[in-house]
Design a protein around this ligand. Sequence first.
Ligand code: NDP
Length: 337
Amino acid sequence: NRQHVLAERPKGEPTADTLHLVEGEIPTPGKGQMLLRTEYLSLDPYMRGRMSDAPSYAAPVEIGGVMVGGTVAQVVSSDVKGFEAGDFVLSFNGWQDYALSDGNGVTNLGKSPAHPSWALGIMGMPGFTAWAGLTRIGEPKAGETIAVAAATGPVGATVGQIGKILGCRVVGIAGGAEKCAYAVNELGFDACIDHKAADFADQLAKASPDGIDVYFENVGGKVLDAVIPLLNPNARMPVCGLVSQYNATALPEGPDRMNWLMGQILRKKIKVQGFIIFDDFGHLYPEFAAEMGAWVEAGKIKYREEIIDGLENAPKAFIGLLKGENFGKRVIRVGQN
Ligand code: NDP
């Protein structure tokens, strides 16, 4: 049983020394337990927070502990009611080949789900995050303009496509021409601006001639700086993530603009609301699953995955995810080797 354990808390970007791959025995399930074999491991930006012991909404991984993570697994053997050998499940095995479970928090996906890994993406946590954050906090109305960064990732791509279904103008922000072309040509965004461009803020303003009514905040940093002046009166800002800051070791240099920001919020009556998906919206999951399932089935929402083979490749793939090396939802196909 290979396991990635947290060897040290990263200062800044995680490195090859952050996680160690160790090999142990396959655990033996006891009474009321099942043995799960990981098939797919989800890589998600929040994992950077779990490597750190800074105060957060969830406890950090202990030094020496197995790195946490959402997984799709197969049941090897089971003494848990409702689960039998061969079932695919959505579970929280973490970065390892095998895990034991008492069934708590585990969802049975059946013997042959059409796209097992989608439970980690469009039909799971990221898709749900996009749907709930946009519809329940962003509350877009037809004709309004939505801006969203990380526009080709599982959250941003879904936010933008829901925005189009709801009749909004959607302006994406992504890293590089290829991702931007995909957002416009494949996902149907009205525009997509490369945040690496020197004149990024000007391009964003030109692409938002009527201002921005909903800014779905995924990244923070210079994207947030460019968006704030474009926000319309009564704009809404679901604060979902700040991925540009996850490896930061200090606040950026420069004048303190906290009061400038508060002034913008006050004068434009902007609603800013953070959320943690399952804490705040868990009760809406069935509604999400039904609506999203229908959209995906009808081809109204597209989903792009980037599957990387081998549990041993997870650390490098995760470090790259935080820098935008991924194009679509990054998933590790664990396999058994
Ligand atoms: P992605 O797969 O989209 O990966 C992160 C992306 O962020 C990168 O691909 C990159 O895209 C972009 N990025 C990285 N650095 C920067 C930067 N400096 N400036 C601008 N963009 C940057 O991630 P997800 O879709 O899984 O998650 C998106 C956000 O949602 C994250 O902030 C995540 O933490 C948050 N989240 C929050 C949840 C909640 O409950 N609040 C639940 C799930 C996710 P590009 O190359 O296009 O710039």
